[in-house]
Design a protein around this ligand. Sequence first.
Ligand code: ZN
Ligand code: ZN
Length: 411
Amino acid sequence: MKKVLLIVVDGISDRGTKTPLSSAKKPNMDKLAEMGINGIMDPIAPGIRPGSDTGHLSLLGYDPYKYYTGRGPIEAAGAGIEVRPGDIAFRVNFGTVEGEGSVFDKVVVDRRAGRISETDELVKAINEGIDLSEYGVEFIFRRGSGHRGALVLRGEGLSDKISDTDPHRVGEKVKRCVPLEDSEEARRTAEIVNYFMERAHEILDRHPLNEERAKKGLPKANVLLLRGVGKVPHVPSFESRYGMRLAVVAGTTLIKGIGRILGGDVIEVEGATGNRYTNVKGKVEAALKALETHDFVLLHFKATDELGHDGDFEGKREFIEKLDSHFEPLLSLDFSKVCLILTADHSTPVTAKEHTGDPVPIVIVHEGVRVDEVEEFSEFEAYKGGLCRIRGLDLMNIVTDLIDRAEKFGA
Ligand code: ZN
Ligand code: ZN
């Protein structure tokens, strides 16, 4: 059976007449453009600004309007929690609060607790010190990278129609979780969350690691700020949908989480950081190796997006060049057996410093595609190609057709 390698360079494209991508020296990406069929793609729909999560779901053929329930479930899966449909999941930050009284009387002075990096002991103390069995609820709390973490509540009668406890800015009090709809489930879930918040604060505030930090003049990691709540959705697995085993090579928890939610295997690569210093060579090698054991490999690079958010034109251009310098092995793939796609999940223009709805360039390289005259992978050449303009949700149809896995519609 034929295999698929989908390379997503997060937020690679820009606005304007001269962009990091169009000005980068990238002979290997250009060669792929020359070998394949090119076009532009609206990851969700024209003018819609995708998140990385909704953009990826769409590229993988999952309508985000149907399957996306918030970032919490995806981050929790990415942090290694085996989420189940119906679980209530949150993104968590370790933060710092000061003041007197209950946690909800205190003011957030740092939303990242001084960018604390070592939270294992704190996570352990919370897992051991809090008991929600009185509510008939189980919780799972895991650390993420740095000050991040993920929390899952599991049990009957829970709702995700509740508010964040993260005030989203410093100088404000920790927010009490409130129900966002008039239901017993939402009221009950908010009550459980508030109890959890208070207990977590008590445990963290007097934890030896935090007393130690306070002595050193470092901000205590003494509050958990919850946001991005969502109920883990029922999602048909990638394999059940396409008959292909999915592997994901990515440095960020969000994309790993997408892979896990879809029932794929996440392949860990040493030095895959999700930033500009990431181990590009190792990731490319891991993706090529994964093609031996899996049918569909998603290879994701994040730094282009971060540099776009930073408004760093030169940094973004340099990272694209770094990527390209490790793409040479891709040129010698056997394209009668492998279908390669190079594209992005959205644009992150350095001028906007945010995701925009500008379409992204896409090239598909596979034996038999209608090779067009495009010879450069860029915003300004891609649209001249034979794919014209497609939506993200069209991609899996096009790919499964090309690799002869599509079924005929009609007689
Ligand atoms: Zn993205
Ligand atoms: Zn972004």
